[in-house]
Write a protein that binds this ligand. Sequence first.
Ligand SMILES: Nc1ncnc2c1ncn2[C@@H]1O[C@H](COP(=O)(O)OP(=O)(O)O)[C@@H](O)[C@H]1O
Ligand SMILES: O=C(CO)[C@@H](O)[C@H](O)COP(=O)(O)O
Length: 501
Amino acid sequence: MKYVLGIDLGTSSVKVSVVDKMGRMAAQRSESYDLLQKQIGYSEQNPEDWVRATTKAIRNIIDLDRINATEIESLSYSGQMHGLVLLDDNYRVLRPAILWNDTRTVEQSRQILKKMGKGFLKITHNLPLEGFTLPKLLWIQDNEPEIFKKIKVFLLPKDYLRYRMTGHIATDYSDAAGTVMLDAKKNTWSREICQPFAIPLEICPPLGNSDAYAGNITKQYASISQLSTHIKVYVGAADNAAGALGAGIVREETALCSIGTSGVVLKYADKSSSSLNGKLHVFNHAIPGKYYMMGVTLSAGYSLSWLKKILDNKTTFGKFILEARHSTIGANGLLFSPYLVGERTPYDDGNVRGSFIGLDSNHKQADLVRSVMEGIVFSFKDLLNIYKVNHSEVKSIISIGGGAKSDLWLQIQADIFDIPVICLTNEQGPGLGAAMIAAVGTGWFQNFQDCGKEFVERGKIYLPEPKNVQKYCELYRIYRQIYKATADISHQLVDFRKKNF
Ligand SMILES: Nc1ncnc2c1ncn2[C@@H]1O[C@H](COP(=O)(O)OP(=O)(O)O)[C@@H](O)[C@H]1O
Ligand SMILES: O=C(CO)[C@@H](O)[C@H](O)COP(=O)(O)O
């Protein structure tokens, strides 16, 4: 048997999938790591933890699942986007990585817009939002100048992992787009962006396609992981681009919704353009020359993980989520806004915070669980509305990510979106996408479309239930008022916390 490995470096965990030539999952292992939240709005991880967790997952696949390392032909990656990994002259990590959901960069984002105005959008087709990489680099420049001086190169998370496995320094276009330092028309690092902010172009890594060959597993990594040095490694893609591949989002009219740590509503686009005025992100797909649009909820799966952690940390996720069945549509009159670390789309507000609205002494844990699940999906409805007003309505959607493990959550999506929600036979969209990059890179298939025909298998379809749809329409009208009604109050509370802690 021959296999490829898809390594999905998520925010909560790394998932390693072993896939055969028919696209069947032969084995899958995941290992989690911590988020470091040292101050309000901060979100960091230690790159070494990614390497350790990935190595453990790979070893388990070989030792416990009995996958023969000599049968693994190639591997590739899907990685959490935007995270800033800084390396010095010796390619050693200079500080913990600053992640996509870190909102300390409100001021740097403002400064970029002030200096470049609409020109920024014209070059990158995006706005310099807090979660993107450029504002993080400027934050380092402003707050840690000694570290900034020592930067030899910056990398995105999956690129650092690949570097440790192959010694190859590079990134791909899908991850480079998320730095907002890529010229969207020329597909090169943008001098026009870097120069005004005194960012040396030399610290930007070389660019390549997602399925470009990066090298083989090094002897050193082979010795700690039990992988073979014969395994070919391909560059990989941003997790949302890889998720789109793994879900078959490879032509116009197809869309996906992902509940990972973040939440994403994404649609394929043949071309890149600035016509959305930054209301949705427009980034390079893993398919060369293709694109996608997306809106992002910062705390999607993370909101439910947070609730589980504070209410019932010991139980399994599957069991915790089942509680919601004992509540009702609308969680007995309880609404939740998932702005636990601020919100990206549509508010671009790093200082808003979440709320439960309508708490009543009759509410039980089941109602809290259900209102969090529903609030996350209401936030996705906000994203779908952006497509609608831009004449790009979504007619059905493929659901992926950890959240797609729950039947109930998938039905809630169908009922709130009022469109069919389709799941995959395996919820690992980004991991499968990473495996597809390895499969195409290594020559098993001519292109991603052919690979998708073999690898991507749609599963159950969840249809909207008319009586539920009606109730959710009524609730969504109430939900939509929450941001406006609570933003100012939560800004004052964030200020209070910053002054007092
Ligand atoms: N059994 C489950 N049913 C539904 N949702 C789940 C389940 N297990 C985990 N989740 C959700 O999935 C999220 C993690 O999804 P995942 O795609 O692994 O995220 P990431 O790629 O960011 O690490 C968790 O935050 C949680 O909300
Ligand atoms: O910031 C974004 C996309 O712009 C996030 O979607 C990250 O890419 C993290 O993904 P998950 O860990 O939630 O899969």
